[in-house]
Design a protein around this ligand. Structure first.
Ligand SMILES: [Zn+2]
Length: 251
């Protein structure tokens, strides 16, 4: 599932391939923007903000959000194009294809920041502000920790995997109120550390053990023993998002 680290990494790969190059093909397969043609324009920069990705090309900014199933693939021409493609950008022998993007729009570059103005501090951003993130997290004392962590206005880039993992390392259930956090600053710094550590990886790891099957504390481990205490990990998939926790380690 794409989270802030995936989007950051995707932006880095797109930047490596496209920045400074002139587009030789621009094929947008979304009705509203199908007539947009950025051919002949130079890709100036590629950046991420939380889970949002921007490719700035001349006067335009291609804004995308991967949502649940989206991805960008980039490489030499052999990059496959099929019915999932929503946009194809080429610069000579380089091809970038955005598949199943949850959001794809072409914005005026000068105003592209408007669509992310509501976001909280980005742990992978240059302007990361842990004080503000901690204040946002605890702004409403009764709010469940899991809900607050997933709110992109609190901090940007946390998805369900990190949410579950962060609740585990905090020692609290996702349903516990944020007022239960003894040290919210510590939790936001762990959030930043987790995303930062994983920003160059496609297989995320929160335990420090990158071996297959050992990368995560609780996410996706329902019914299996807790890595700390051996108690079976419990899960609840009745809500909008599945939650995993250790009933002994988390309160
Ligand atoms: Zn445990």
């Amino acid at each position: 599932m794409p989270e802030g680290d995936t989007v950051w990494h995707t932006a880095a790969v797109l930047r490596d391939h496209l920045a400074g190059r002139t587009l030789t093909r621009c094929d947008v397969r979304v009705p509203r923007f199908a007539t947009v043609d950025l051919t002949g324009q130079v890709v100036d920069e590629v950046l991420s903000r939380g889970k949002h990705l921007f490719i700035r090309v001349g006067p335009a900014s291609v804004h995308s959000h991967l949502k649940m199933d989206g991805s960008w693939r980039v490489g030499k021409r052999a990059v496959r194009v099929d019915h999932r493609a929503r946009i194809i950008l080429e610069a000579d022998d380089i091809r970038a294809v955005g598949d199943d993007l949850g959001v794809l729009e072409v914005l005026e570059r000068e105003h592209d920041a408007d669509v992310v103005a509501h976001l909280g501090p980005d742990p992978l951003g240059k302007d990361w502000d842990p004080e503000r993130a901690a204040a946002n997290l605890t702004a409403h004392p009764d709010r469940p920790i899991g809900e607050a962590l997933l709110d992109q206005r609190v901090l940007a880039g946390i998805g369900n995997v990190y949410c579950n993992e962060l609740c585990f390392v905090s020692g609290h259930l996702p349903t516990a109120p944020v007022s239960a956090l003894a040290d919210p600053h510590r939790l936001v710094s762990r959030a930043r550390d987790m995303l930062w550590t994983n920003r160059f990886r496609w297989n995320r790891c929160t335990t420090g053990d990158t071996r297959a099957g050992r990368q995560l504390w609780v996410y996706g481990r329902g019914g299996r023993p807790c890595r700390r205490c051996g108690t079976r990990i419990t899960y609840d998939d009745t809500g909008e998002r599945v939650a995993y926790w250790c009933p002994s380690c988390q309160r």
